[in-house]
Design a protein around this ligand. Structure first.
Ligand SMILES: Nc1ncnc2c1ncn2[C@@H]1O[C@H](COP(=O)(O)OP(=O)(O)OP(=O)(O)O)[C@@H](O)[C@H]1O
Ligand SMILES: [Zn+2]
Length: 723
């Protein structure tokens, strides 16, 4: 009989001991079902300790150890262990987050469906020359041959004449083939001198851990650099982990990676996958079959026995930080993981986070720069439109309208960027001053004219647009301010001949809708796009030559010290969508502050100047990345309770605070009420990460022992992005 130590998905910091008779060291890292309370839970065996922490007579036996799947290896357990320690989260919760639920519940893990690699056979090549009568099978064969010679059956099926794939095989025109995973499909573009130089530098680096910042302007071909790096790893028989910030970006990248490496097994991991698919992908990675794992922040927890390289695209993106539950940063964990496994990690961005940029400047990361675009001859020209003395038409300046008109006349595409969805951010009554506020949040209800409702973008509650002012009965209530729907409507009136397309979370609710929108744009079937930040990143539309920015000034004066950094990143990214191919691009920024240093740096495409300025401001104010922070947040139906708990937490902190640690006063959060709960927060800060971490461990233990801690909801956010 042995003691089995199990991590369970419960909000308690400890692990739990059980007993088992038929257990061996090879079971560490396996899923297990155990009795818990009155029921049963699934957890993970994390150790077989020589002795239990409680009287062994009181321990219960485990119910079932799941041995159909390989055990999670020691390095994986170390990764989740580190995550739990660094973010001060219960180990069981980290494991619950990192493991696909299907795996824990021991659902049947079916093997990957047979998805062979297909290539034209000799008879097929002959048919291409000889067969005159056009058919679906022949067209598909031609597509396969033109594709670079080989593609997975599942991919071929999705092509235009894909239904004929069975016929292709029956006729002997195509056959199953095996190729090395690293063999590229299609014709590779010749590298630019900068891409080549970056790859040479990377190739010359000694084996082992190194963190690289690949700072490449928009359209400089960072993706091509990733693909070449991946090719090298695949050729050496190693696995590649590639992280992207958003699920919305995965379909295009997936397609690109699959087309480049037709013989490689590419696995996607993200939270929108069906459970079965996620479990299968995870197991393929765990068992070393997957060559490339592509995914969002969650994928950083993929077990990869042959890992050779980690790529983090758009490393500055806030989506890498989970904002609920275990508040981890996948970007930071990726760097830790690379060090742990002694492999390189490449962080890519046109607009790096100040954290990474500072590391690159200071020599902790190695710096690679792509200063020129790969295809286009130049970066877009960026100009401010001074709106102080202008009469705007629904927020659109004459200059922007004229620029859109020119694009229309030339058959090019324009994008109007406005980071606010809906028709108008609020409905208000000019007679009595009533405004549409959310009953549950410190927020306004946004007018959605498309479905004639007002909706809270925070808690989701909605209702019909009232006919009259609920307060004074005035029939003439007005939508105030502007969102994407309103701009879309006005553009439709101003340019009746144009095809206007709106891209925001309302128009792209599902992946299918999103892909349909992208396809419409790529096919040139839209002239004017109106989009939120969904449109800002990663896309490559050759005919898009104008980007108009509306309503950006608000972020210049936002209270969050990271707002300017985010604004600069967003504008540089969205501006980077313009003129990426042969046609030159232009960016027009409507602003009342044309002299603002942020816009001036932007107009010169000078990220480094902006970053240096911003970093200096942070230094003077004592903000990250020069200091390290953690935020304790509490929420409860009554604000007083949340604040009282944080006061007590501050008192406890003062008792165990080491030198160099600063504890601030508890304050209500800017958006105090969310979904009927009142929220407050308490900031702690230190110049040294180690000082902060040492303190947090002690503080958390003390807090968990507080009686009040059990009476409300609270959480700790280490390295918070929003303060
Ligand atoms: N060496 C090359 N030769 C020809 N075309 C290239 C080369 N490298 C990249 N491209 C093309 O240049 C365009 C921009 O490349 P890519 O999308 O990789 O840029 P990026 O640096 O990721 O940009 P962003 O940060 O804006 O997303 C793409 O159309 C890509 O196919
Ligand atoms: Zn609300």
């Amino acid at each position: 009989m042995r003691i089995v130590r199990v991590a369970l998905p419960v909000p308690l910091p400890q692990v739990f001991d059980y007993t088992a008779t038929d257990v061996s060291d090879t079971d560490i890292g396996r899923c297990v079902r155990v009795p818990f309370g009155k029921g049963e839970k699934s957890g993970l065996i994390v150790a077989l300790p020589p002795a239990a922490e409680v009287d062994p007579a009181r321990l219960k036996p485990v119910r079932h150890i799941q041995r159909e799947v390989s055990a999670l290896p020691a390095d994986w357990l170390a990764l989740v262990g580190f995550t739990a320690r660094y973010y001060h989260a219960p180990l069981g919760e980290v494991i619950a987050l990192a493991l696909p639920p299907g795996l824990r519940r021991a659902d049947a893990i079916a093997d990957r469906d047979h998805d062979p690699l297909l290539a034209p056979a000799v008879a097929g090549l002959a048919a291409l020359d000889e067969v005159k009568r056009d058919s679906r099978a022949l067209r598909l064969l031609r597509a396969l041959a033109g594709h670079g010679g080989a593609a997975r059956r599942s991919i071929v099926r999705a092509w235009e004449d894909g239904a004929a794939v069975g016929e292709l095989l029956r006729r002997g025109w195509a056959k199953e083939v095996r190729r090395p995973a690293a063999e590229p499909g299609g014709i590779l573009p010749a590298l630019t001198a900068e891409q080549q130089a970056a790859l040479d530098t990377l190739a010359a680096a000694p084996d082992g851990f190194a963190a690289w910042l690949l700072q490449g302007v928009t359209g400089s071909g960072k993706t091509e650099v990733y693909l070449r790096l991946a090719q090298r790893e695949l050729a050496a028989g190693r696995q590649v982990l590639m992280l992207v910030p958003e699920i919305a970006l995965t379909p295009q990248l997936e397609a690109r990676v699959a087309a480049r490496f037709p013989a490689a097994e590419v696995v996607s991991l993200h939270s929108a996958l069906a459970e079965g698919a996620r479990s299968r992908g995870f197991v393929r990675a765990l068992e070393g079959h997957a060559d490339i794992v592509l995914g969002t922040r969650l994928a950083v927890f993929a077990p990869l026995p042959r890992l050779g390289l980690i790529l983090v695209d758009e490393e500055h993106d806030a989506s890498y930080k989970q904002q609920e539950g275990v508040r981890y940063s996948a970007r930071d964990l990726a760097v830790w993981r690379a060090r742990q496994r002694a492999v390189p990690v490449v962080l890519g961005s046109a607009t790096p986070s100040l954290e990474s940029w500072q590391h690159a400047r200071g020599g902790r990361y190695r710096h690679l720069v792509l200063a020129h675009r790969a295809l286009a001859s130049a970066l877009p020209t960026v100009r401010c439109v001074d709106t102080r003395r202008l009469k705007l038409d629904e927020g659109l300046s004459p200059a922007l309208q004229a620029a859109i008109g020119e694009r229309l006349a030339r058959g090019e595409q324009s994008l109007v960027f406005l980071n606010r969805r809906g028709y108008a951010p609020v409905l208000s009554c000019p007679a009595c001053g009533w405004v549409s506020t959310c009953p549950h949040c410190t927020a306004n209800l946004v007018v959605h004219l498309a479905d004639r409702r007002v909706r809270c973008h925070h808690c989701g509650c909605d209702g019909p647009i009232p006919r009259a002012c609920p307060s004074c009965g005035n029939q003439d209530i007005q939508p105030f301010g502007r969102g994407t729907q309103r701009i879309e409507a006005r553009l439709g009136e101003l340019f009746p001949e144009a095809r206007v397309l709106r891209i925001d979370r309302d128009s792209a609710r599902t992946r299918a809708q999103w892909e349909a929108l992208l396809a419409t744009i790529a096919a040139g079937e839209a002239d004017i796009l109106v989009g939120t930040q969904m449109m800002a990143k990663g896309h490559d539309f050759p005919k898009l030559t104008l980007v108009g920015v509306v309503g950006a000034d608000a972020s210049l004066h936002a209270a969050d010290f990271r707002a300017p950094e985010r604004l600069f990143q967003q504008l540089m990214q969205v501006g980077g969508r313009a003129g990426r191919a042969q046609l030159p691009g232009e960016v027009l920024i409507q602003t009342e502050y044309p002299e603002h240093p942020l816009y001036r740096c932007l107009a010169r495409h000078d990220f480094d100047a902006f970053a240096a300025l911003a970093l200096e401001e942070r230094r003077q104010a004592g903000f990250p990345p020069l200091t390290h922070q953690a935020m304790l947040r509490a929420d409860s139906p009554a604000l007083d309770d949340a604040v009282a708990f944080l006061r007590e937490a501050a008192r406890v902190a003062a008792q165990c605070a080491p030198e160099g640690l600063q504890v601030y006063d508890p304050v209500p959060m800017r958006m105090t009420r969310l979904a009927r709960r009142e929220r407050a927060q308490l900031l702690v800060e230190a110049g040294e990460r180690g000082v902060l971490q040492g303190f947090l461990g002690e503080w958390m233990t003390a807090l968990r022992a507080l009686r009040t801690a059990r009476e409300l909801r609270w959480n700790l956010d280490v390295d918070p992005l929003e303060v």
